[in-house]
Ligand binder design. Sequence first.
Ligand code: ADP
Ligand code: ZN
Length: 219
Amino acid sequence: MCNIILLGPPGAGKGTLAKQLISVYNIPHISTGDMFREAIKDGTPLGRLAASYINEGHLVPDEVTISLVRERLSQKDCEHGYLLDGFPRTLPQAEALDTIGKDLKRPIRVVINITADEEELVRRISGRRVCRKCGTPYHIDTMRPKEEGVCDACGGEIYQRKDDTKESLLVRLNHYYADTKPLEDYYAKHGVLYEVDSTVGPKKSLKIAQKIIEGAKCD
Ligand code: ADP
Ligand code: ZN
């Protein structure tokens, strides 16, 4: 199975596609955003540090994020492929991931760049709700759970993230353009970059992503 990265701006649909792909391919979903939110919920030192950045829309410092991912990828369940969602987000993170991939003999084979225009990103983020327990995303207009406030996937409570405000979103978009977008070039040069325009909707996005993954040369 492939090791896969989902790249793209906040609201592009990384979380939605991630949930679909991990159930198709049965690989672990490694979302740095979810890991940080888990640490915040548990009140750990990592959580306290992360919260001070995340709530304002800023990125958590590279050294913190990189060591978190290094440890996670060395766990046994990642041996037969993994899906990274929200990492890497900066050039130093991408370079560190190359080293981790070499060390663990688990290099990245597919980078799916999920896109949507900025107006759509703002619409999605401002109406976004997520499951507190499993991270499944919803939208107040277009992706409602069957039962109000309750996650379809796990029964967990659905809530609005603190950083899903207009102010934080602007900061997050700025970080995306300055820090994350340059990774498109980085991975294009490595010959592993593919694109999925998520405005076609979740079902079609999944089909396109599956074609990409199945057409890629993976071990
Ligand atoms: P989104 O893709 O909607 O912005 P995420 O759940 O992926 O949401 O991330 C939420 C926040 O967690 C980010 O805005 C950032 O503060 C922090 N974060 C997540 N991943 C990283 C990362 N790789 N590097 C630095 N900060 C991160
Ligand atoms: Zn859930």
